[in-house]
Design a protein around this ligand. Structure first.
Ligand code: SF4
Ligand code: MG
Length: 392
């Protein structure tokens, strides 16, 4: 397989006054070049923290405490091999093992990120065109001198700091004519009508859907290999959502870029993704190809998300929210057992004794973190008589 990104054993913690919050625990994720991979889960499941961890946007009191993030970037591997031999494996670079300036140099060109809330990516006092041109300019300078630390653009500083104005760097006033032209091209690429005129408008003059397109344009300024989209359509009405998803799909097909799509919406996953990871309480509890997860899911949480948990009393098939609450992710409150046990209609004594391992569910790609998967697919384990009636 041609993996562009491999996340191994990622853990991200937040050190709060209430204690240590285990937002992401021991997470593995593999993304092939040119794929659209989804991470789906309820809010608070750790999917945004996962995305931000990959692009190194975790801020205090949060910190990545464990794991490796391997990125297929042969030029970078070559450049850092001598100074950081442990950070290189063939063409792959472990982004956790290189200095921050190296990670910074990848932002925008190797990875880009778009968010739910486009306002946070734009400075209200500069025109959209100026900000896109600036993003293009910064990426061009960075690629002319890839090992240098590049400055953050105004708009990046915005999105990273959520309007912490103190961190906004003085604007880099020199922007070349060709960067301005490229800004207009980017607006056109993302389907903004009259891009020459719209480039001279300020963010508040754009509608929500248009600003979302402009944010995508900004993310594309450095021609990233991987675009990470965190709930990119959640704030938009349904028609506009569909248009933005179509745009991402088209851009993926045109540019061959890889997309990691973070969403709470299974419909979005079904429409867009090749493979998907279902996230719950900081863990990917089931992963596989779309059909594995939608048609052949084995984890009770996935069943619940899909609204098809058969009622054990025999009512069956009713569409209702999964009862119960997401468990505390505070380390001192976290029980050493399946995180889903309190809400799981299939929980049994063993689920309370230790956290379930990650087990292959019939195919290499399809796996789940559930005692029942181990029982169903591990021949040394017995399967309960009432489980997986339809599975051979
Ligand atoms: Fe349910 Fe047990 Fe599986 Fe957890 S391990 S999801 S409690 S059956
Ligand atoms: Mg989120």
């Amino acid at each position: 397989t041609d993996d562009i990104l491999r996340v191994e054993g990622l853990s991200t913690r937040f050190f709060t006054e209430q204690g240590q919050v285990n937002a992401v625990s021991d997470l593995d994720l593999r993304i092939e070049r040119g794929e659209i991979v989804g991470i789906v889960g309820e809010s608070g499941s750790g999917k945004s923290v996962t995305a931000r961890s990959i692009v190194d946007l975790i801020e205090s009191p949060g910190r990545i405490t464990d794991g490796e993030i391997w990125f297929d970037e042969p030029d970078l591997a070559e450049a850092v091999r001598d100074d950081h031999p442990d950070a290189v494996d063939g063409d792959y670079v472990n982004l956790r093992a290189v200095p921050e300036r190296v990670r910074d140099s990848l932002r925008g060109s190797a990875f880009s990120m778009i968010f739910q809330d486009p306002e946070s990516s734009f400075n209200p006092s500069l025109t959209v065109g100026e900000q896109l041109a600036e993003a293009v300019e910064v990426q061009r300078r960075a690629s002319a001198n890839p090992r240098s630390t590049r400055a953050r653009t105004n708009s990046e500083a915005y999105s990273m700091s959520n309007f912490l104005l103190s961190t906004v760097l003085p604007s880099q006033r020199y922007v070349s004519e060709s960067s301005r032209e490229r800004a207009v091209e980017l607006l056109e690429l993302v389907g903004i009508p009259d891009p020459i005129e719209r480039a001279d408008e300020y963010p508040h003059e754009y509608s929500g859907g248009m600003l979302q397109r402009a944010m995508i344009a900004q993310a594309l300024a450095g021609e990233p290999d991987v675009l990470i989209a965190d709930e990119p359509t959640t704030a938009l009405d349904v028609t506009i959502q569909a248009q933005i998803l179509d745009l991402l799909d088209d851009l993926q097909a045109e540019t061959g870029m890889t997309i990691l799509l973070i969403t709470h919406n299974l419909g979005v996953v079904a429409r867009m993704c090749d493979r998907v990871g279902v996230m719950y309480a900081g863990e990917i509890v089931e992963r596989g190809h779309l059909t594995d997860v939608f048609d052949d899911h084995v984890h009770p949480y996935t069943e619940g998300l899909l609204g098809s948990i058969p009622d054990l009393e025999g009512v069956g098939g009713r569409l209702e929210p999964i009862p119960g609450n997401v468990p505390s992710l505070l380390d001192h409150e976290m029980a050493d057992r399946c995180h889903f046990a309190d809400r799981c209609p299939k929980a049994m004594d063993e689920c309370l004794e230790h956290p379930p391992e990650y087990d292959a569910a019939g195919s290499e790609e399809h796996a789940a973190r559930c005692v029942l998967t181990e029982m169903a697919y591990d021949e040394s384990r017995a399967l309960p008589a009432d489980y997986f009636g339809e599975t051979t």
